[in-house]
Structures are given as structure tokens and as C-alpha cells.
Design a protein. Structure first.
Length: 397
């Protein structure tokens, strides 16, 4: 299970990118939209368009990132992500008008979209298969940790200066990581594993039946997570948190989700990983339905919410390892790009859908709606497991 020295370097480099990618996505909402809106003289709804622009740009950049990783090497694209993040954060810091800040968020979102196909491609191509799931789990933890820590860091930096200070710090950190990446690549500690063009195999197509079924499950998982993210904070605040502060409870829920990434990495190996994946997928709607049913009771619904965060994040390293297992090396970056593109597109309307239900019918129906939608993922996961069992195709290493 122990990673080699070179593998630890790769995991550390990729994890820094994963942390920064999710941190960049949380940077603006972590500030609260009202601060930059007041400074730039626009309304709250106008400022929310910066988040929309970030998300659309992130989704649009995913597929080109995968194609570039397959063509030029994953490590080069991860380094490009760091440089682009530094540029986008610098533009956010230096923006003096609403239009320039909106453009800066388009650049920052495009940078974030470069990361996942390249970062996961780098891990899957350079970590030996017996340790790949474990490495995916370690790497996976960095993303939700970035989501949970960024609000604390942005708030602290804003208190020391103004709302722009956090973007300045992000630009410096991204630039430092980019320089470190160039040094590590120059020393051979991190290398571009450009897939061999003669690497043919039975699973060349990224549209293989198993890949399509798996990405369909991923899409429903993404919808559940995005919907969960939109209402869990208000649900906790509305129904009370006993003796704890709201921020502490919200941080604890996301922190538990981060540990789910590690747990998923531990079980992402062996032939049984498909059945384990289906089991974790099955647990998710049960937890969501339970949260809706018990909403208003003390503590229990929040435990169920934390359990869902743990289970949903747990599926991600399993998905990444499964997708790597039956996707050819020549298509690895593209496969991850399609996964994230579909997840982003399907998950995008989830916050609006569940928020609308919460506004018109209440939070409990919103939770039960999410859980009911999650049952579709269970059906798809069972079909995926059955199809995988019947197909006598050797996994691509």
C-alpha cells in the first residue's frame, strides 16, 4: 500500500492542484457576494453572474483539457492549470470594474476546468495499479478540504486587507506551484506520460458501454451533491444546531466528506470494487430520504447529512479508478474530461431545482426529492455492475 518516493511526489503535486481548484471555485462565495458587489457598484444578482460565468467556463474547459492531456502529457496541463489560475486570480485582484471582474472569473473558471482531466490522468498513468486507488483517495481528500478551508482563509485575509487580498494570495500560491512543477519536471520527479500511440487494446473507446453507464451514475451523483450543497446550510441554520456554531457544523459536514475520499480510495481495488461502488451509491438516497423525514428532530438529520457527504465523496475515487480500469491510456484524459463535463452540466440546475422546492414546499420535500432522484443512480449502478460482470474484457493497466 505504501507509495514510492516518486509516487508521493506526484500525489503531492496533484493534490496541491486539487486543493487549489476547489479553493478557487469557493473563493468568491466564501467572501459573500455582497462585499465585491458593494465595492464595484452592482447588485447581488449581478455579482452572482460571476459564479455562473465561472461554472460555465469551468465546464467548457474540461474537454479541451482532456484532449491536451492525451496529446501533450498530463503533467504539462497541470502546470498550465497553475499558471492560468495565477493569471485569473491576479485579474480578480486587480479588477476595478464589474466587467473586468466578470472577465477575470471567466479566466479563473477556465483555469479550474483544466485541472481534473489532467490531474486524474497524471495519477492514473504514473501510479502502479495496486496503489492507484489509495493514491486517488489521498488526492481526492484535497478537493473537499480546499472547499472547507477556503472560507476560513478568505475571511482571515479579508480581515487583514480587503476582499481582494485572498485573490492576491491565490495568485502567489498558484505561481509558486507552477514554478515548483517546472523544477520537479526538470529533475524527472514528475514526468509527462504521453500515452504510446501503439497502446491499443480492447477498450480503446471512451464510449464503451461500461463507461457510458458509469458516467450516467456519475451524473446523478453530481446532481445530488450540487443540490445538497445548495440547501444543507440553510437546513442546518433553520432547524438549529444545539450548542455549536453554524460555521462549525457546516465545516464538520464538509470535513467528514473529505474523509470519505480517503475511505473510497482504500476500497477502490480488486474485482469487488464494482459491487462496493454499487453499495455506496445505494446508501446515498437512503440518507437523503432520512434527512428529509427526520428534519426538525435534534441532531439526527445533521448526522444523516454528514453521512451523505461522506458517501458521495467516497464514490469519487471509486469512479476514477473504475474509469481508469477500462479506458485505454490513449484516451484516459478524454475519459475524465467527459466525466466532469457531464457531471457539471447535469449538476448545474440542481441548486435552482431544490431551492425552488424548498421555497415553495419546504426543506423536507426538497431533501426527499433529492433522495428520490438518487434512486435512479441505484438502478444505473446495478445495471453497470451486471454488465461489467458479463463482459469478458481485461482491464487496461
Amino acid at each position: 500500500m505504501a507509495l514510492t518516493r516518486d509516487e508521493r511526489t506526484v500525489v503531492g503535486f496533484a493534490s496541491a492542484g486539487h486543493f487549489m481548484c476547489h479553493g478557487a471555485k469557493m473563493a468568491l462565495p466564501a467572501l459573500t457576494l455582497s462585499r465585491p458587489a458593494r465595492d464595484l457598484g452592482v447588485s447581488l444578482s449581478d455579482m452572482s453572474l460571476a459564479m455562473v460565468a465561472f461554472g460555465i467556463s469551468m465546464g467548457c474547459a474540461s474537454l479541451p483539457a482532456g484532449l491536451m492531456a492525451d496529446r501533450f502529457g498530463a503533467a504539462r496541463v497541470v502546470n498550465l492549470f497553475f499558471w492560468a489560475t495565477a493569471l485569473g486570480a491576479f485579474l480578480c485582484w486587480s479588477a476595478t470594474t464589474y466587467q473586468s471582474f466578470l472577465f477575470a472569473n471567466i479566466v479563473l473558471g477556465g483555469a479550474a476546468g483544466l485541472y481534473h482531466p489532467a490531474g486524474l490522468g497524471l495519477l492514473s498513468l504514473t501510479i502502479d495499479k495496486p496503489r492507484r486507488g489509495f493514491a486517488m483517495g489521498l488526492h481526492g481528500m484535497a478537493g473537499p478540504v480546499g472547499m472547507a478551508v477556503t472560507p476560513l482563509l478568505m475571511g482571515l485575509l479579508a480581515a487583514q486587507g480587503d476582499w481582494r487580498t485572498g485573490f492576491a494570495a491565490l495568485a502567489v500560491a498558484a505561481g509558486a506551484c507552477a514554478i515548483a512543477g517546472h523544477v520537479l519536471r526538470g529533475r524527472g520527479a514528475i514526468y509527462d506520460d504521453v500515452p504510446r500511440r501503439h497502446d491499443t487494446g480492447p477498450a480503446q473507446s471512451v464510449l464503451h458501454t461500461r463507461a457510458v453507464l458509469l458516467v450516467a451514475v456519475v451524473a446523478v451523483n453530481a446532481f445530488m451533491l450540487d443540490g445538497f450543497s445548495a440547501i444543507y446550510g440553510d437546513s442546518v441554520e433553520l432547524h438549529g444546531v444545539w450548542m455549536w456554531d453554524l460555521e462549525v457544523v457546516l465545516f464538520a459536514i464538509l470535513a467528514l466528506g473529505a474523509s470519505g475520499q480517503f475511505a473510497g480510495g482504500l476500497i477502490a481495488k480488486g474485482d469487488g470494487r464494482r459491487r462496493r461502488y454499487a453499495l455506496v451509491v445505494t446508501v446515498q438516497p437512503i440518507l437523503l430520504l432520512g434527512a428529509g423525514f427526520f428534519l426538525g428532530e435534534p441532531l439526527l438529520p445533521f448526522v444523516l447529512m454528514a453521512g451523505f457527504a461522506f458517501a458521495n465523496f467516497m464514490t469519487q475515487p471509486l469512479e476514477n479508478e473504475l474509469l481508469a480500469g477500462f479506458t485505454a491510456r490513449t484516451r484516459r484524459g478524454t475519459a475524465y474530461a467527459l466525466k466532469f463535463l457531464v457531471g457539471l452540466l447535469v449538476g448545474a440546475p440542481a441548486p435552482f431545482v431544490v431551492a425552488r422546492i424548498a421555497e415553495t414546499r419546504g426543506f423536507a420535500p426538497a431533501w426527499t426529492t433529492l433522495g428520490t432522484i438518487g434512486l435512479l443512480a441505484v438502478v444505473l449502478a446495478v445495471v453497470f455492475t451486471a454488465v461489467s460482470r458479463r463482459m469478458a474484457i481485461e482491464d487496461v493497466h
